[in-house]
Design a protein around this ligand. Structure first.
Ligand code: AHR
Length: 329
């Protein structure tokens, strides 16, 4: 299986003279360039499962408008079959470029080959696939494995300031089979295995990246594992949902149960400023401008990295109140 690290280690750059981009070289302008043709982008979004996703959708729509790119947008409601259908529709409509945030990593080979046969370049955004890297031009998105590692290092800091013994961790996983769920778990485990034999994951289950999922699953965790004293939620929304169940069970979020989450959306920062989330590792959803820039470069025959990574930061609760007014999403 090809993951981000594998394909990074392999072909690092592609050029517009390469197979995919060359097929679609059309002097694309997207309004801002010197060419004559307006670019049409077919974009398939995962859904609207989280605050992160809403911010990402807004970023893509705003950036397309600002770049003068005609956007055809569809929301797959977290279903792979809807994304595959949307991509097939975009192929039939002969758009200039297709971009999508894949709900899961596997099962894309056939439709990606169809796009390639139609000579339409595909640019992945946010999440990776396990297909052959020759089937898409580039990925604009985060290093999820690194996010998992960063989260474990944030937890080290939280526990250094306020130790618990033993360390009994519950994990709320993202959507099963999705790149962020797979890679964040991998990164977190890597740090645990290397440095923290005393940390124990007592229970781990998906909450599907949703607030309600986090709430329901955490309520069940508290029943079956009252010894939990740390929660690692793969995103803020599940952490926020879990806080509701923790408080309903008469426990104090942030102290009886330390909580660390990934994303850094507005509501996550509010919970962190209230001391209910102890640390957040950022996953930046504002990918729109970089995506539009990449599209123009590719369609105009330029060179792009095979993986265009997002810049991100880490935060502890004592930073939250000061940073909250400055957060962009
Ligand atoms: O792929 C990014 C993840 O998807 C975000 O962490 C999560 O909130 C979203 O639903």
């Amino acid at each position: 299986m090809l993951n981000r690290r594998n394909f990074l280690a392999g072909a690092v750059v592609v050029t517009a003279s390469g197979a995919l981009a060359a097929c679609s070289k059309k002097e694309a302008s997207g309004g801002g360039g010197s060419g004559s043709k307006t670019i049409t982008l077919g974009f398939s979004q995962v859904g609207s499962e989280s605050g992160w996703r809403s911010a990402n959708t807004k970023s893509v729509k705003d950036a397309a408008a600002a770049a003068g790119i005609t956007l055809k947008f569809s929301d797959a409601q977290q279903k792979q079959e809807n994304q595959i259908q949307a991509i097939r529709d975009y192929i039939a409509q002969k758009v200039d470029v297709i971009s999508f945030s894949p709900v899961v990593t596997s099962g894309w080979d056939t439709v990606l080959k169809e796009a390639k046969d139609a000579k339409i370049p595909v640019i992945l955004t946010d999440r990776q696939v396990d297909s052959d890297a020759s089937l898409y031009v580039t990925l604009v998105g985060s290093d999820f494995e690194l996010e998992g590692e960063r989260m474990a290092h944030q937890l080290e800091k939280v526990l250094a300031a306020s130790p618990v013994n033993p360390v009994n961790i519950a994990v709320l996983e993202g959507t099963t089979g999705s790149a962020p769920a797979i890679e964040r778990a991998k990164g977190f485990k890597k740090v645990m295995d290397a440095s923290h034999p005393d940390w124990k994951v007592v229970v781990s289950q998906t909450g599907d990246f949703t607030r309600d999922g986090g709430k329901q699953v955490m309520a069940a965790f508290l029943q079956s594992h009252p010894e939990i004293n740390v929660l690692f939620a793969h995103n803020d929304d599940m952490g926020i949902g879990a806080i509701q169940s923790i408080e309903a069970a008469g426990k104090k979020a942030g102290s009886d149960i330390k909580i660390v989450t990934i994303d850094g959306v507005h509501d996550g920062f509010v919970a962190m400023s209230q001391g209910k989330i102890n640390a957040i590792s950022e996953c930046n959803p504002l990918l729109g401008p970089q995506l539009m820039e990449t599209i123009k470069t590719v369609l105009n025959g330029g060179t792009v990295d095979k993986w265009i990574k997002t810049k991100e930061s880490d935060f502890l609760a004592d930073q939250a109140a000061a940073l909250l007014p400055k957060r962009e999403y």
